[in-house]
Design a protein around this ligand. Sequence first.
Ligand SMILES: Cc1cc2nc3c(=O)[nH]c(=O)nc-3n(C[C@H](O)[C@H](O)[C@H](O)COP(=O)(O)O)c2cc1C
Length: 400
Amino acid sequence: MRPVQIKEGIHWVGVVDWNCRNFHGYALSSKGTTYNAFYVEDEKRALVDTVPAAFESQFLCSVSQLTELEKIDYIVVNHLEPDHSGCLARMVELCKPEKIFISPMGAKSLATFFDCKDWPIVIANSGDEISLGKKTLRFYETKMLHWPDNMFTCIPEAKMLISSDAFGQNWATSERFADEVSKEKVTDLMAQYYANIVNPYSPKVTKTIEFLESINLDIDTLCPDHGLMFRGEDVAYACQKYVEYAEQRTTNKAVIIYDTMWKSTERMANAIASGLADEGISVRIMNVKANHHSDIMSEVFDAGAVILGSPTHNNGILPGMADVLTYVKGLRPQNKIGACFGSFGWSGECVKILREWLEKMNMEIIDPNIKVKNRPDHKSYEECYELGREIAKAIKIKNA
Ligand SMILES: Cc1cc2nc3c(=O)[nH]c(=O)nc-3n(C[C@H](O)[C@H](O)[C@H](O)COP(=O)(O)O)c2cc1C
């Protein structure tokens, strides 16, 4: 894509990755993604962020349409992750910048990514500024949102905030702004991105938004490093969504995550779902073989209850369940009700193990954990149905 002017003297020089379906090798990105980078022209010229190394030629082509590369004075490294720093070494070589701005934590890690001993590094402490002439670049450290080195770059005169991975969405589009596409879709993709990447750092999100409010940062353009950018009223909208996501509010929804070999556990899942649905709870039944762990996490994100099912397999649970649970636990979902169930043949460790997972995720467990030997009979179906109803009542009380 050609550069896109965002404000006078400020251009988007990112790339659109139409074919990305597996974001960073672990999260679904079924609509592709973008890597946003920015060129700011004033008396001094600055580049904020780069793109993955695989897109180097597109990136060079884009920046070169706006300036000769040697005329770039400053490079800002908001984030060292390779999707944003992939062309950094090449840009340093070609631009020979006077200064490279990076956060204190970024400076500590830089040499573990690049051979950078001769680079003109300037450590940007939170609040530090550099004048470009009429415009200023001001840096805010956002440690652990979502890596230790992350920072935001603000251009106060342009009322613009470049927010690194925060507020991102994985969506490859020819449009650059959220107001040019469906708001519902961009919100959904922003929530998916949050659930699968930002969620563990929710306390940091809350603090960052409180900090930006405390300094009365006057922003009308919010530019994440992935997906659509927000302008006008959409800036407050995106910030409000982040406030809500960080609170990890739950809805009257339950997710049943399960695996099965011979369908006994699946039948139990269906009976639990009936009990939940009859109490007015919206249910998602998600077999781990039919659903990617990203999609499961996106549903877990706002669910009131997470219900786990697995048969006993070699004195444990099925490997697909362990895989999904490792992923979900790492993303630290909060405020959930939990329950578990499963079928077994002889030793029956499944529910004990599933319960331990629920405990590790600090879920409020609804008893009983239901364990059925081989095939569920009429009584077991009744027990599963009743468990569903009990979970539903607990969700409603919690969300009341
Ligand atoms: C390879 C294999 C290993 C199993 N290991 C155990 C086990 O260690 N302990 C146990 O109680 N049952 C074990 N079972 C029995 C299953 O738990 C039992 O068949 C159960 O009803 C399957 O539930 P499903 O229909 O949901 O797959 C095993 C079954 C298979 C096929």
